[in-house]
Design a protein around this ligand. Structure first.
Ligand code: ADP
Ligand code: ZN
Ligand code: ZN
Length: 703
């Protein structure tokens, strides 16, 4: 009998599908995972098509070695999602689809998979009966559920079930709107911080899950440090459903189990970070994207996808509702809401009774000279919180002790020898560290150039603020939370727990503390040194700054005020108190900020009014990197008029780890024009003899 030819996608940088023969019948269907010989290795591939005839000579075609039959197939919808992402981001299909699967599935050994499937389904007989039509319920599968709900978790959320508060009118309206419309209905849930967006998600999910026993809800969250909180919340709310979780902090075994729980339909709710958008979800019925503006939805290497954008595509493809929530939506989403493409639902007040948005005050640093980086106004406010047993948060987006070490006598500074950047002084660790290439050095005792022993830290990071505070308030319990203080697994969670349980008076932190956390006893937020972002070369810097300051401000005053306690306050220390961004911030006026900024963007021809792509090149010398981009632009001379190509320029930090980096920006008012040009161009670049490593990013965020 003639063998069937399978077209197989492999995780290889070649933009091609590979032909393999299958001697047995029936051949693995489209969507099956197969093991094939590739060069000298055996690798896992994805069957994407069947052919009667290969274009290769028969003797050149190798046969597949096996098939992961236990797994079933990946759905047509999932394949279409991967195909879309591959096309839109201009990457080979295999480089999209295979990395989206857990590593253990991509391994050749079937052992872990079988073990995981058994764990998932300890009673196959019952499972079969369920497939025969009975409605799945908690009673029929207690063993599997119990083991599943513990996946990948430091603490189990399975404590007391959570009793939902009655929704307020705006929340109830939002839930009714979200669940009331069939088909694709993208919703922007614009709710001020503390307005109870989570409750809206959970109620909408309840409704959707109740409609069908196979329905699944995907909840995307920005970052790992937010996941445990929400996850235990979700589990407590839905004790009868199996909840799976997906994020990069899971061990491989846990990742496989959770992925399988989703893929088999067993998990009804999936809470995950951006990578979860590529999960196989046969019953997907609703998607929620919490903090939709968050930069962490954008993958910054390899396939540089936007999880939010792919989520919208998935919802459209499946004709299901998608809810994107934020207090400070991305300007892209806000523009879609303004133009009517998205429906906007607003939650305008804090959900907890009598909790109100904090008063935002600007502290003029020219008048109120800071001591240890802290103005008198801020010190007095801190003191008032300490006196009443309330918590404060100081936000500074710079970790380490000082951003640079300096010799005042000869002008030496602690530059990284491998990067165009300074090495940051880390005092507790007694190290100079480069935050770009991770190079570490002992702190020099004397100046390497002139021998001066009096080296001075310049500027201020979280460690230095912590030190200064402890000097000023020796009695206060101060806790610093940043990437350095939370390196060990589980330490971030422990740190946040100690804030929640009242063991901390003053919290000092980077953006890690700005998001999501519902600190009930916190009445003061101090913002240190936000000004640098006002004058950044990156046009998105002000949008990010505004969102960050709104987020961190939102940590204050989330509970009902205490009798005789302090009112919730945010103090922003600035040298530019007149800056319009701060005026809209003080007024809690996101719509005002958005309309001004969108008008500027329209005027300047910036996103969301134009579409962009960025070609990056890396080489040993800057000339080589720029040279590559120049050649690439010559390859594009036949491009349509509507696609504008800018000159190649070095990246803002041009050298990292001894690699020189340059970039070239492409813009077009027409997305289809840009996309069809990129398709041709990328093919040419792939075929060219590039003397640089290059990558293309569609819809770049940092330029
Ligand atoms: P957001 O995500 O919008 O910032 P959260 O979802 O964290 O806000 O909710 C803020 C607080 O309000 C939480 O403590 C939550 O339990 C509470 N909350 C939400 N909805 C209600 C409601 N309808 N009645 C009372 N409290 C509520
Ligand atoms: Zn010196
Ligand atoms: Zn470096």
């Amino acid at each position: 009998m003639k063998p069937v030819i399978l077209q197989v996608a492999l995780d290889a940088p070649l933009d091609a599908l590979f032909d393999y023969a299958c001697q047995e019948q029936p051949a693995p269907p489209v969507g099956a995972l197969v093991v094939v010989p590739f060069g000298r290795r055996e690798v896992t591939g994805l069957v994407v098509g069947h052919l009667d005839e290969s274009r290769l000579a028969p003797e050149k075609i190798k046969s597949i070695l096996g098939c992961h039959v236990e797994l079933g197939v990946l759905s047509e919808h999932w394949l279409a999602l991967c195909a879309f992402a591959a096309e839109y981001y201009h990457r080979p299909l295999g480089e999209v689809a295979l990395p989206a699967l857990p590593k253990q599935l991509r391994g050749q050994k079937v052992g872990p998979l079988q073990k995981a499937l058994r764990k998932l389904d300890p009673a196959p007989v019952k499972a079969k009966r369920r497939k025969a039509g009975a409605v799945a319920s908690a009673e029929t599968e207690p063993a599997a559920m119990a083991s599943l709900r513990l996946f990948g978790q430091a603490t189990s959320g399975g404590g007391q079930p959570d009793i939902p508060p009655p929704l307020n009118d705006e929340q109830a309206h939002a839930v009714a709107q979200i669940t009331g419309q069939a088909g694709f209905a993208p919703t922007l849930l614009f709710g001020v911080t503390g307005s109870g967006k989570t409750e809206v998600y959970l109620h909408a999910a309840t409704e959707i899950l109740a409609r069908s026993s196979s329905a699944q809800v995907l909840m995307l969250v920005p970052e790992i440090n937010l996941t445990p909180q929400l996850l235990s919340h979700v589990q407590a709310r839905f004790p009868d459903y199996c909840v799976a979780t997906m994020h990069s902090g899971l061990a491989e075994g846990e990742r496989l189990l959770n992925w399988l729980a989703a893929h088999t339909g067993r998990a009804r709710i999936i809470v995950g970070t951006r990578l979860a958008v590529l999960a196989s979800l046969p019953g997907l019925a609703m998607i929620i994207v919490d903090e939709e503006h968050d930069a962490s939805y954008k993958q910054q290497e390899g396939l540089r996808y936007s999880a939010r954008d792919l989520a919208v595509w998935r919802a459209h493809q499946l004709q299901i509702p998608i809810v994107m929530g934020s207090a400070t939506p991305s300007l892209e989403s806000w523009q879609h809401a303004e133009s009517g493409r998205y429906r906007k639902l607003s939650l305008s007040a804090r959900a907890v009774q009598e909790a109100v948005l904090p008063q935002v005050l600007l502290v003029d640093l020219e008048r109120d000279k800071p001591h240890q980086g802290l103005s008198n106004t801020l010190l007095a406010a801190l003191k008032a919180r300490l006196d009443k047993g309330e918590q404060s948060l100081l936000f500074l987006n710079r970790r380490g002790y000082a951003p640079v070490l300096n010799c005042e006598s000869c002008g030496w500074v602690s530059s990284c020898k491998r990067c165009t950047a300074f090495m940051v002084l880390h005092k507790p660790e007694q190290r100079l560290r480069c935050h770009h290439c991770s190079l570490e050095l002992r702190i020099p005792r004397s100046c390497p150039t002139c021998g001066n022993v009096d080296l001075q830290p310049m500027g201020r990071g979280t460690q230095r603020v912590e030190e200064g505070l402890q000097e000023i308030f020796p009695e206060a319990r101060i806790l610093r939370i940043d990437a350095d203080s939370t390196r060990r697994k589980g330490s971030a969670q422990a740190a946040f727990d100690s804030v929640h349980s009242g063991q901390v008076d003053i919290l000092v932190g980077t953006q890690m503390v700005a998001k999501g956390h519902d600190f009930k006893n916190l009445t003061l937020v101090g913002v240190l040194n936000p000004d640098t972002a006002l004058f950044s070369h990156d046009y998105r810097a002000s949008e990010r700054l505004f969102a960050q300051l709104m987020q961190v401000s939102g940590r204050a005053g989330r509970a009902r005020p205490k009798e005789g306690g302090n009112a919730a306050q945010v103090l922003v220390q600035t040298r530019y108190p007149q800056h319009p961004l701060y005026a809209t911030l003080a007024a809690h006026d996101y719509p005002g900020f958005a309309s001004v900024t969108l008008a500027e963007r329209a005027q300047a021809g910036l996103p969301p009014f134009v579409h962009q792509a960025l070609l990056r090149a890396e080489a040993r010398t800057l000339e080589a990197a720029i040279g590559f981009l120049e050649t690439a632009s010559q390859e594009a001379e036949d491009r349509p008029l509507s696609v504008v190509m800018n000159d190649p320029i070095p990246m803002a930090i041009s050298r990292v780890a001894d690699v020189e980096r340059a970039q070239m920006l492409l813009e077009s008012p027409s997305r289809p024009a840009l996309q069809s040009f990129l398709r041709v161009w990328v093919q040419r670049l792939r075929q060219g003899k590039a003397r640089a490593r290059w990558s293309l990013e569609v819809d770049p965020m940092d330029i």
